[in-house]
Design a protein around this ligand. Structure first.
Ligand SMILES: [Mg+2]
Length: 281
């Protein structure tokens, strides 16, 4: 890799960097190497910024974060990437930007349709923190972090499938998408983890124009596919039953193990291949 090239790592969290018990213990060797080499680690997840900040803090990364499935971009002041933020506004120590539609707009449309058409659903905006905890199985503190949303709204659909399709078509007129998650349907704007990745790369490009950024993206599931396809090096983290996605990218690697262990192995392989074996010493 030429001297002006630098790696930029963008990663999904659940079942990629994090294992089933939300631990990254097995990725410690790779995380340590990234830090030593000054390679930025960008977290890109469907989680809220509030949930991700806690994690980023413990991981010791000050790189930008892409939260709520691409709907929110947060740039910590410590990253030094934004001198004169134009479209960003300040939230604590971060500059944040809603890159898709705001949750306020999404809620206003969804709730107006519910009132007019009598659709049966409720969601995070309708619930107390205790109810969010009950519906998600999260602790009260974690439920409160999950409630702190800017760009997406999880709902529980209690109506018919036909009604859901009508609801979905009405929302689409305002650019609102309806994405099926585990138990919830997620109402969200057009942004996704890929547009978030492109936006973060642009921030680095702007701050360090002489550098040619080589984006390494890691993910395991369908909502990671587009993010992997805007990367230079795409890493597929398999599940126990094998890989669930097959992205197209200039270089595609499939880890030999699921979650954190596969993540660790892939990052070390890429560092060795791109920067040479001496970068691992
Ligand atoms: Mg995942």
């Amino acid at each position: 890799m030429s001297a002006k090239k630098k790696l930029l790592v963008v990663t999904d969290l659940d079942s990629s960097l994090l294992d089933d018990s939300y631990s990254w213990e097995e990725a410690r060797p790779a995380l340590h190497r990234l830090k030593t080499l000054g390679i930025p680690l960008v977290l890109n997840s469907s989680k809220t910024l509030s949930e991700m900040k806690d994690l980023a803090h413990r991981l010791g990364t000050f790189a930008p974060m892409v939260a709520e499935n691409g709907g929110l971009l947060a740039v910590p002041q410590e990253s030094g990437l934004l001198d004169q933020p134009q479209t960003f506004h300040r939230s604590g120590n971060d500059w944040i930007e809603v890159t898709g539609l705001s949750r306020d707009f999404i809620l206003s449309r969804a709730h107006a349709l519910r009132e007019a058409e009598g659709y049966l659903f409720d969601g995070f905006a309708d619930w107390s923190t205790a109810m969010v905890a009950e519906h998600t199985g999260l602790s009260s503190a974690a439920a409160s972090r999950a409630q702190s949303r800017h760009a997406t709204e999880p709902i529980l659909w209690k109506d018919t499938l036909a009604q859901r399709e009508t609801f979905e078509r009405s929302l689409a007129k305002d650019g609102i998408r309806l994405l099926r998650g585990g138990r919830f349907l997620h109402l969200m704007g057009p942004a996704d983890k890929a547009s978030g990745t492109v936006a973060v790369k642009a921030l680095y490009q702007q701050a360090l124009p002489g550098v040619e950024w080589v984006v390494v993206a890691l993910g395991d599931s369908q909502n990671d596919q587009a993010m992997l396809e805007v990367a230079d090096i795409a890493v597929v983290i398999p599940h126990a039953d094998g890989p669930h996605i097959s992205p197209q990218a200039p270089r595609v690697l499939t880890a030999s193990m699921p979650a954190t262990a596969g993540w660790n192995e892939s990052i070390l392989t890429i560092i060795r291949d791109e920067l040479g074996a001496s970068a691992l010493q």
